[in-house]
Ligand binder design. Structure first.
Ligand code: SAH
Length: 254
């Protein structure tokens, strides 16, 4: 049974959320509510800011073209961020939008663009990535907004990844073996980092560096070469099913 209200529109707002607060609407949100969703005075929605949980709100329209949100009751307590970091080689725009949205829906708590030798895109538009994160968060019901980390070269990323982190290295050259059995061989006590390469794959030098990480878990995603955005959903499905919030066990039981 769904634990929370999926039917009501959810909107991310930057403002602090507290009882009786009146939240102003930025032009983008104002246009979305009034012109796209055609909400009128008294319409009900849910708002969150990534810090103060989720609140029920009502649209108030002091004039025809303006609106504010009057907060009523808190509907959900703020939830802690997860512990999965999704490290990915940036793809070209539309696929990157898709990849970021899927990683958010699949529960990635941190998104780290890693620049590999065959990465196609080297100039990331952070505000576009951030907009994708918020859009996916509004849609999928999360309260802790995933953190977009600064882009980093792969060798530096691997050199600074804590040794107690599990590094789930999706390697298209790995021997085909059951990924669930492979994941079950490790019991993550700290963070879990998933690494997926670019469309051009990893170079031998990059593969060697990843394989040398103390928390390495080399993973095959089967006999077919998946596009990087497909690999994102596949590996996060496996990680959530074996270690994460798809197990049904609360974190304290892990
Ligand atoms: N162009 C490369 C494949 C790159 S696919 C080639 O033809 O060999 C993009 C990324 O998705 C890979 O770097 C890897 O991280 C992941 N990936 C794709 N298919 C995979 C598989 N079968 N097993 C493990 N990882 C895979």
């Amino acid at each position: 049974m769904a634990r929370y209200d999926f039917a009501t529109h959810r909107l991310h707002v930057p403002a602090d959320l507290a009882p009786e607060a009146v939240v102003p609407l930025e032009p983008g949100a104002l246009n979305y509510l009034l012109n796209v969703l055609r909400m009128d005075e008294g319409a009900r929605l849910l708002v969150f800011n990534g810090r103060d949980g989720e609140w029920e709100a009502t649209v108030r329209k002091p004039t025809r073209k303006t609106a504010v949100l009057a907060l009523q009751r808190q509907t959900r307590l703020q939830e802690p961020a997860g512990r999965i970091r999704y490290a990915f080689a940036p793809l070209k725009s539309a696929r990157l939008d898709y990849l970021v949205q899927k990683a958010v829906e699949m529960g990635a708590a941190r998104l780290t663009p890693v620049l590999t030798q065959r990465t196609q895109l080297h100039r990331l538009k952070d505000e576009r990535l951030q907009a994708n994160i918020i859009e996916a968060a509004e849609q999928c019901g999360i309260l802790a907004l995933p953190v977009l980390e600064p882009e980093i070269r792969l060798d530096r990323f691997l050199a600074t990844l804590p040794p107690d982190e599990i590094l789930v290295f999706c390697d298209e050259d790995a021997e085909i073996a059951n990924p669930v059995v492979a994941l079950r061989q490790k019991q993550p006590m700290a963070g879990i980092t998933v690494l997926v390469g670019p469309e051009g794959g990893f170079t031998e030098d990059e593969r060697a560096r990843a394989l040398a990480h103390p928390g390495l878990l080399r993973l095959s995603l089967g006999p077919r070469i998946l596009r990087a955005d497909t690999a994102a959903v596949a590996v996060l499905t496996l990680v959530q099913s074996v270690y994460g919030d798809w197990t049904g066990a609360s974190v304290k039981e892990m």
